[in-house]
Design a protein around this ligand. Structure first.
Ligand code: FMN
Ligand code: SF4
Ligand code: SF4
Ligand code: SF4
Ligand code: FES
Length: 600
């Protein structure tokens, strides 16, 4: 006889695409077949944050309130989960998470390094509730903050609470949310609007998508609280078309919120009316910039404009408008419920609360983590991330996406907060955090980001359109071994010029990856420019393998072993490596019996 159990199946985008729906369906069928529908409840949740280990299934039972966390579950495992775990009460060791390093199998996710150092406020419901099921949201205090605000607080008191919390915008700029709301409330003009920025264009960032997919009501509630505070009755959520699951869950959540009366007219019997509509964007990075976003919501071309006037005074259809990021808004209900003071004591002085990071790159545990502001980079990489695989050395961490910078090893103890990151030439951005090991070429990293920003620049201003193109050309000359001797000075000077003169944040921050790598990894640039050598062996033109023709015995072993057929020639003519095809794998160097192949 099976004990009562609640089985959570992740249905965030990543688990969804790696078999989540099949696993869920299979569970439904097997549980029905074994007549266990009374004892076992099945829930499809949003993302747990540990997508790399997905699809994820978590089973809660009375004798194990911490839950059993199963990773990389496949549809074929469902039979075993039902028969062995749910019916016989046995743990399936093979599906448990293995802690990197120690190799220990861990059953409860609270005991896994990836989770145990987290503090989840914005992600509080992700992976725990069925996303659009409003009753599950309400069961976890959902819409209580809105009820409290509408029945017990004036708009000014709501703003004061947010100001006390010292919450700063999680979309990149870090502007104090309470102050932004106060400015919009004081601004003349009617109607006023509030917009949720869910454009999320930073490569690798997916915290906003996860919140919308896993807990859409928290964003709707945050918007309603913001609307009440500033005097807006209409909200828009601007979300990219590449996020269909998020759009679908948000649509359903809005519908359910209307049916239950937490959206619509006279909410909680007050005189406050509030509606939320979705606007789907085409996915241009620049449309995340608030003035471009406003144009796009209006149905115009998504070009940025100069500021001031700021949107709080002249925003959507020239009316006072607040724009807040998804993660910012997801924090708001908790601030109103628990008080601004509670929030301000989490994190550090000028960066309060928590921050969600998208941890990626050369690290054991990748995924979404939420930690108190002020957690060090070292703690994130080694405690939550499990360190660097294959005994490689840490080389750098890139924070803040295309607008951010790269931090070297001696910055591992930096406090991850807005101001500390700015001080060392990087930034928080939306929370992208990419870890890089010793095999990374920092010039190539800078080129990757420039390639992205150059491609995404809208073309409206010359520094953004032409300046970023010239930067990219210079970086290309450097990695191709064609750079002139004074190129680094020219590169640096142009970076500063673009930062000063570009019209919008995209151009103003585009040089950051170059400036930070020039600052901390200048020797690598110099090796490329002066020695025509890529120390990490990444830049093809500067790091290929070569056969010493005079010493080669023409045995042909290298040609036989090369996995991509990059070695041409024969025993009569001799052998050479085609640099266009060579992948720099090093196999030929290892295999040559005469040791005449070297990297150079
Ligand atoms: C090029 C560029 C792209 C941006 N993309 C986003 C984005 O995808 N999401 C976001 O919330 N903010 C983005 N921002 C910041 C917004 O302009 C704006 O500051 C933010 O949405 C305000 O919300 P917050 O105060 O809650 O952070 C971007 C800014 C720039 C310059
Ligand atoms: S910096 Fe200029 S060209 Fe680039 S996105 Fe902004 S306005 Fe457009
Ligand atoms: S390094 Fe690898 S890819 Fe290049 S020639 Fe040698 S075996 Fe082939
Ligand atoms: S394995 Fe070494 S000796 Fe033999 S053909 Fe290749 S380079 Fe020459
Ligand atoms: S989508 Fe399942 S853990 Fe992220």
């Amino acid at each position: 006889m099976a004990a009562e159990a609640e089985v959570l199946v992740c249905s965030g985008t990543s688990c969804f695409s790696s078999g989540g729906p099949d696993i869920y369906q299979n569970l439904v069928e097997k549980i029905e077949k074994r007549g266990l529908t009374e004892e076992i409840s099945l829930v499809q949740t949003g993302c747990f944050g540990f997508c790399e280990k997905g699809p994820i299934v978590v089973i809660y039972q009375e004798d194990n309130p911490g839950g059993t966390f199963y990773c990389q579950v496949e549809s074929e495992d469902v039979q075993q989960i039902v028969e062995e775990h749910l019916i016989e009460g046995k743990i399936i060791e093979d599906l448990l998470y293995e802690e990197p390093g120690s190799g220990h199998k861990v059953r409860e996710y609270e005991n896994m390094g990836f989770y145990k150092y987290q503090q989840r406020i914005a992600l509080r419901n992700c992976g725990l509730i069925e996303p659009h099921n409003i009753r599950e949201y309400i069961a976890r205090d959902g819409y209580r903050a809105l009820g409290k605000a509408l029945t017990e607080m004036t708009p000014e008191e709501v703003i004061d609470e947010v100001k006390t919390s010292k919450l700063r915008g999680r979309g990149g700029g870090g502007f104090p949310t309470g102050v932004k709301w106060e400015l919009a409330k004081a601004a003349e003009g009617s109607p006023k609007f509030i917009i949720c920025n869910a454009d999320e264009g930073d490569p690798g960032a997916f915290m906003d998508r996860s919140i919308l997919e896993g807990d859409p009501h928290s964003v709707i509630e945050g918007l309603a609280l913001g609307g009440y505070a500033i005097g807006a009755n209409q909200a828009y959520v601007y979300v990219r078309a590449e996020y269909p699951l998020a759009v679908d869950r948000l649509e359903k959540a809005i519908k359910l919120a209307k049916e239950l009366g937490v959206l619509g007219e006279n909410i909680f019997d007050s005189d406050f009316d509030f509606n939320v509509e979705i606007r789907v964007g085409a996915g241009a990075f620049v449309c995340g910039e608030e003035t471009a976003l406003i144009h796009s919501v209006q149905g115009d071309r998504g070009d940025p404009r100069g500021k001031p006037p700021y949107p709080a005074n002249e925003g959507l259809w020239d009316q006072p408008t607040v724009i807040n990021n998804v993660e910012t808004l997801a924090n708001i209900p908790q601030i109103i419920l628990n008080g601004g003071n509670w929030f301000s004591h989490i994190g550090i002085d000028e960066s309060t609360g928590t921050k969600v990071f998208a941890l990626a790159g050369d690290i054991y545990n990748t995924g979404l983590i939420e930690v108190p502001m002020g957690t060090t980079l070292r703690e994130i990489i080694f405690n939550l991330g499990g360190g660097i695989p294959d005994n490689k050395e840490f080389k750098a961490a890139q924070t803040g996406g295309p607008s951010g910078g790269c931090l070297p090893k001696d910055k591992l103890d930096i406090s991850m907060d807005y101001d500390s990151l700015l001080e060392v030439g990087s930034m928080m951005g939306s929370g992208g955090l990419i870890v890089m090991d010793e095999d990374t070429c920092m010039v190539d990293v800078a080129r990757f980001y420039l390639d992205f920003t150059q491609d995404e620049a809208c073309g409206k201003c010359t520094p953004g359109r032409v300046g970023t193109k010239r930067l990219l050309e210079m970086l290309n000359r450097i990695v191709n071994g064609e750079a002139e001797e004074n190129i680094l000075d020219k590169l640096e000077a142009l970076c500063h010029e673009i930062k000063k003169t570009a019209l919008c944040g995209l151009g103003q921050s585009a040089p950051n990856p170059i400036l930070s790598t020039l600052k901390y990894f200048r020797d690598e640039y110099e090796a490329h420019v002066f020695d025509k050598y890529c120390p990490a062996g990444v830049c093809k033109e500067l790091s290929g393998y070569k056969i010493d023709e005079d010493a080669c015995e023409a045995c042909g072993v290298c040609k036989e072993k090369c996995p991509v057929s990059a070695i041409i020639g024969d025993k009569e003519e001799g052998y050479e490596i085609d640099p266009e095809i060579c992948e720099s794998c090093g196999i030929c160097e290892e295999e040559c019996p005469y040791e005449v192949i070297t990297r150079g």
